[in-house]
Design a protein around this ligand. Sequence first.
Ligand code: IPE
Ligand code: IPE
Ligand code: MG
Length: 228
Amino acid sequence: MSDTSLKHLAIIMDGNGRWAKERGLKRTKGHEKGAETIRDITTYCANHPTIETVTFYAFSTENWKRPKLEVEFLMKLLDRYLKNELSTYQEQKVRFKAIGNIGALSKPLQKRIAQTEELTKTNTKLIQVLALNYGARAEITTAVNQLIAEGKKSVAEEDISSALQTPYADIDLLIRTSGEERLSNFLLWQLSYSEFHFTPTLWPDFTASELDDIIKDFKQRSRRFGGA
Ligand code: IPE
Ligand code: IPE
Ligand code: MG
């Protein structure tokens, strides 16, 4: 079997810090520029004929280890991004969803996330998922605990899939920028049969045109899903 239609794209946005360092700037400048890239790539995806969902890794459960000032900046940037982005979401008919341990974020940020989800919930061209305070092991552990709480003695794969926070199609293509070739605890369950693409481009330099080339390459691949 070969299915190269692209419905769910996932992206590990990496390299903001290195982008800034190369220019003698503070890491935060790289994050600011990276937020602009999210907008460009989301617009591309909203206008793509087959992409239904794009999931961006924005903040991992491990990213709390960063200096306090950087973490604070990232949280403020996220709030600003969601506020400024609302008009783009509405114009492009993009529905916004957050995954991850949202309850551990600040109350104002939680409110902004809930409001943005609510205001965009009838948009149908694309679902943009932001993984915030997300870790795949935490997501799977929470799902299993939920199933136990429901009284399940044993679970099927479908039970776990539907208890996860991600009720979206499995990921067809994963891209990681910045040359690192690892998953960093992203979507372990949903990536079982994904195609992977690693590019040396740093996230702030990533463009819709490079994405277009990556998708062309993806379409040439033979996805067998274990078949002959
Ligand atoms: C990705 O860029 C953004 C986040 C993880 C929040 P980095 O900040 O990891 O950039 P590098 O890897 O240090 O260059
Ligand atoms: C992964 O990037 C997390 C996000 C992109 C949000 P990191 O830069 O945190 O990953 P490592 O530390 O290089 O594995
Ligand atoms: Mg990094």
